[in-house]
Design a protein around this ligand. Sequence first.
Ligand code: 13P
Length: 256
Amino acid sequence: MAKRKPLISGNWKMNHTHLDAIAVVQKLAYTLSQADYERADVSVHPAFTALRSVQTLLDADSIPIALGAQDVHPAESGAFTGEVSPPMLAKLNVSYVIVGHSERRQLFGETDEQVNQKLLAVLKHEMSPICCVGETLEEREAGETEAKVLGQLQADLKGVSKEALARVVIAYEPIWAIGTGRNASPEDAQAVCKAIRTALAERFGAELAAGVRAQYGGSVTPANIGDLMAQEDVDGALVGGASLDPEKFAQIVRWR
Ligand code: 13P
């Protein structure tokens, strides 16, 4: 069965100017070694305004950190003021695009239908979507975690082909754990990531499902990453706050 290479991603959200972004990536590249990149894939997701600067730096110094975006519009081009299209990202050598982050869903009203359109557009342009799913505290307390997460998964992955599935990354981000300092227990993260894989296996077959990476996200720190990564179905992390600091993020990438 396919051995999954972990993916550690830094979602910077609306932080870091392009100048800050350059400094952070320079420090990160200085800290991480070839052995780190062999053990895990690493991506950083700056704001749109910093993508070009970070791309130039990564290319010029041949730094093996993948460039990621935080969102995308599903259309190729058109009258969508303020939006950024998949070809615009692809031309910047963006490898990973976050879709359906809970902040997009909660603060900007994104629906599963929109997330699905974005995910398909990312795949069409040969990039990898990082599809975020997760429950609210109320849903968890009502015992609805799996129903919520698997419902989102089903809707967000509508129309994804077996060939394209290998490029899809799922990020399980319980909403109550994001930016709260309250992370899911490693066992909770494992249970949901396993349920995600089981659902993928039912739809795409066990072999393909075994190759899909499932990240955990929500208050990941250098202190808790080790226990999370020790779980069989947790294949990496989507890190918010702790990824803004290159030293902390490097420690997460070098988990033990
Ligand atoms: P925090 O790591 O700041 O909790 O954010 C998690 C997140 O939303 C990553 O996408």
